[in-house]
Design a protein around this ligand. Structure first.
Ligand SMILES: [Zn+2]
Length: 264
């Protein structure tokens, strides 16, 4: 069994402020270590379920967060950004059996996490076919486009609920609930135990149980905080201004949407 585990930081247990999430701020190293702990727990769960190949995608900010010296033997790690539109799932293809997401978070404007955002965080609003688009929503569709289900997700309660709405068979671990600028959170030890058990249980379910998001047409609307930015980005091939601060990109495939987002 070949599995990709993609790890972000804004949805890990405890984290509540950008000072804890961004290199090189003072409080970041402690949370980079907790992110590594949750990644290790997920690897252990995957191994327990029989995963023979584990690709671990470091998927936050620089994509160089995880303390790789602490990772289990045999795991392959994907670090840095290549520019490939699969971004947080770079290297995923049809040869994989499943994706697990650890530390993921609510979409731009979502109240479920003080650190809610989608991709660069520069969008005031981002929707796909009139629904808010989260990083989970984008990457679950990219995974589906190569026939791979997202079977596990841990993160804030908002993104867990969104994932269950798309795929009722997904196994989720809610690490915390956001309340304005605060969080009500599990302690890291409990989060890691639940992640290890959750990944193991998720990989034991048949992949055919998992619903995968599909659409025949994709309409991406991006609202920028400044109209000047929208005007500039409207020159991306196929993009058009639909309001002074908003552009629209329409495409048949989710890959084309992901490609456009690389240039926004
Ligand atoms: Zn992140």
């Amino acid at each position: 069994m070949k599995v990709m585990i993609s790890v972000d930081i804004e949805g890990i247990a405890g984290i509540a402020h950008w000072d804890e999430a961004l290199k090189p701020r003072d409080e970041y190293p402690a949370f980079r270590d907790l992110m590594t702990d949750e990644a290790i727990a997920a690897c252990q769960g995957a191994r327990a379920a029989g995963a023979t190949e584990i690709f671990l995608r470091d998927a936050h900010q620089t994509a160089r967060n995880l303390d790789i010296s602490r990772l289990p033997e045999g795991v392959r790690v994907i670090r840095g950004w290549s520019g490939h539109p699969f971004k947080m799932l770079q290297e995923l293809d049809e040869s994989f059996d499943a994706v697990a997401m650890v530390g993921w978070h609510g979409a731009a404007r979502d109240g479920g996490n003080p650190l809610s955002h989608t991709m660069t965080g520069r969008f005031a609003d981002i929707t796909l076919n009139d629904e808010p688009l989260s990083e989970y929503g984008l990457h679950a569709r990219l995974a589906a486009s190569v026939g791979v289900p997202v079977v596990f997700l841990s993160g804030d309660a908002a993104i867990c609920a969104e994932a269950r709405g798309i795929n009722p068979a997904i196994n989720t671990v809610e690490t915390k609930v956001g309340r304005g600028a605060s969080v009500v959170t599990l302690v890291p030890r409990d989060a890691c135990a639940r992640i290890e058990a959750g990944v193991a249980s998720a990989l034991a379910t048949p992949r055919t149980d998992h619903a995968m998001p599909v659409a025949q047409a994709h309409r991406l609307d991006l609202r920028f905080p400044h109209h000047e930015l929208a005007y500039q980005k409207s020159f991306y091939p196929g993009a058009r201004l639909v309001a002074p601060d908003t552009i629209r990109v329409e495409a048949d495939t989710i890959f084309e949407i992901a490609r456009a987002l690389c240039f926004m």
